[in-house]
Design a protein around this ligand. Structure first.
Ligand code: PGA
Length: 253
């Protein structure tokens, strides 16, 4: 029996001005308050973090950010530090999202620095990994995902691994409407868990939550969550509308 509490997290990407953010949070909060079989987090853009924090403070809805720098402060125009995110009441920070890897050139080494910076401030990283369609078709998916997991977790001690969430997000499934089948996702989740077992221990591997991300929607959430190694979802598009996100939170009802 697993003790892992599933985490359903909304990655709002570059959507929602403050008033829209408040409307969305107000719509989902009552449902989050009465759901006890999963944890729920929302990751608004930086500009809406304070607004959302004011609404979620003291509730069961956790706040997350979508990116961070690895230094606490400094001459890094346009960047936001983990210290600042902590100060805003964030608990989670997404790092290594494929959009950041592909569109902003982020590599495992940089993501590893960010992860360690989050650890320093007791912020929980949601570390995204996943292969492209080309890599899957060339049967290089295990190799690619292993390289990402190992590269992003260099020098991350066991106790910090326990507060890290991994999001397996096949790039070809993100925003495309084409999700990995529950079997394809489960296979990769087992692969990642086995890898954590080799890197840390079986005990650590059993405790780390591994979310699936990529076109998660009300129509496929139940089947995905029924897989023993899928411990939640990182949701983009469907996290932006209450009528889409609420059924994801209520995947067991
Ligand atoms: P999607 O995005 O749910 O819109 O596919 C997932 C993500 O980018 O985390």
């Amino acid at each position: 029996m697993t003790s892992r509490i599933p985490l359903i997290a909304g990655n709002w990407k570059m959507f929602k001005v403050r008033s829209e953010a408040a409307d969305l949070v107000n719509a989902i909060l009552p449902v989050v308050s009465r759901t006890d079989y999963c944890e729920v987090a929302v990751c608004p853009p930086f500009t809406a973090l304070q607004t959302v924090y004011n609404l979620v403070k003291g509730t069961k809805l956790a706040l997350g950010a979508q990116n961070c720098h690895f230094e606490d402060s400094g001459a890094f125009t346009g960047e936001v530090s983990p210290l600042m995110l902590k100060d805003l009441g964030c608990q989670y920070v997404i790092i290594g999202h494929s959009e950041r890897r592909q569109k902003f050139g982020e590599m495992d080494e940089l993501i590893n620095k960010k992860l360690k910076a989050l650890n320093k401030h007791q912020l929980k990283p949601i570390l995204c990994v996943g292969e492209t369609l080309e890599e899957r078709e060339a049967r290089r998916l295990n190799e690619v995902v292993e390289r990402q997991v190992r590269g992003c977790l260099v020098d991350v001690p066991q106790e910090k691994m326990l507060t890290t969430v991994i999001a397996y997000e096949p790039v070809w499934a993100i925003g495309t409407g084409r999700n990995a089948t529950p079997a394809q996702a489960e296979e990769m989740h087992i692969f990642i868990r086995d890898l954590l077992g080799k890197m840390y221990s079986k005990d650590v591997a059993e405790k780390v939550r591994i979310q699936y991300g990529g076109s998660v929607k009300p129509e496929n959430i139940k089947e995905l969550m029924a897989q023993p190694d899928i411990d939640g979802a990182l949701v983009g598009g469907a996290s932006l509308k209450p009528d889409q996100f609420i059924p994801l939170i209520q995947f067991k009802d």
